[in-house]
Design a protein around this ligand. Sequence first.
Ligand SMILES: NC(=O)c1ccc[n+]([C@@H]2O[C@H](COP(=O)([O-])OP(=O)(O)OC[C@H]3O[C@@H](n4cnc5c(N)ncnc54)[C@H](OP(=O)(O)O)[C@@H]3O)[C@@H](O)[C@H]2O)c1
Length: 246
Amino acid sequence: MSLDGKVAIITGGSRGIGKAIAHSFCQAGAHIMICSRSANSINQTAETLVSQGYSALGIQADVSSKSDVEVLVEKTLSEFGQVDILINNAGITRDTLLMRMKDDDWETVIQTNLTGAAYCTRAVIRSMIRQKEGCIINISSIVGIVGNAGQANYAAAKAGMIGLTKSVAKEVANRGIRVNAIAPGFITTDMTAEFSEENRQKILDLIPMRSFGSVEDVAEVSKFLASSSAQYITGQVIQVDGGMGM
Ligand SMILES: NC(=O)c1ccc[n+]([C@@H]2O[C@H](COP(=O)([O-])OP(=O)(O)OC[C@H]3O[C@@H](n4cnc5c(N)ncnc54)[C@H](OP(=O)(O)O)[C@@H]3O)[C@@H](O)[C@H]2O)c1
């Protein structure tokens, strides 16, 4: 699957799933712009990719800030001339039961995971419409489909991303732009590293394939959806979850 010459923005590209997507898109020939809140870590990830001979740039940008998102897209357009692919991957958790959840935990998770994706989508859509081509992939979660105790804010944001995906897919399908979502199950990253052994075992019991997924599992599906192999696929949610959500 080739992404030769395509320009991709990957939010939250400094580590975990976003970093794996960045690496796999680079290998497929794309030019990539990655962002995260930490300038140090995004620059380090971009520098590593450049040192491997790839075309990559990093920028410090918080997707929950409209002005940061505007700068992210402007910088991509000025450096690479176009945006063909947007991966809305940046995400955070602030887990606790809803009855104990602070307003700030609710608002920050919704603002980052859902509103941030909407800001980024809106910021790229005009240029994609102008070039009559584009692909947007929203990294949702299985939790947005089946829910999870202790993650009402996160699950609501991830379910919201699915509504965002299907609505925008309908708005822009006739403009040559495809919008899809990926719903990963439990993937081994910093986000899942803090689970206790007991918690881990409980989760494994819920996964028919009896293992956590890898970041590459999500990156491969992202690459497929971004490629011309998926040219007739839009408005879909692909679960990458070892069968957890079936
Ligand atoms: N791991 C899983 O099991 C799993 C399962 C389902 C879905 N997901 C989703 O997959 C995505 C990636 O998860 P992950 O496990 O790779 O997480 P991770 O290892 O914690 O990485 C998150 C990335 O997002 C960036 N980020 C966080 N908030 C941001 C913001 N406001 N603006 C810009 N960048 C931001 C982080 O960098 P900074 O901290 O420097 O900003 C980092 O690069 C998330 O949306 C997550 O919800 C993960």
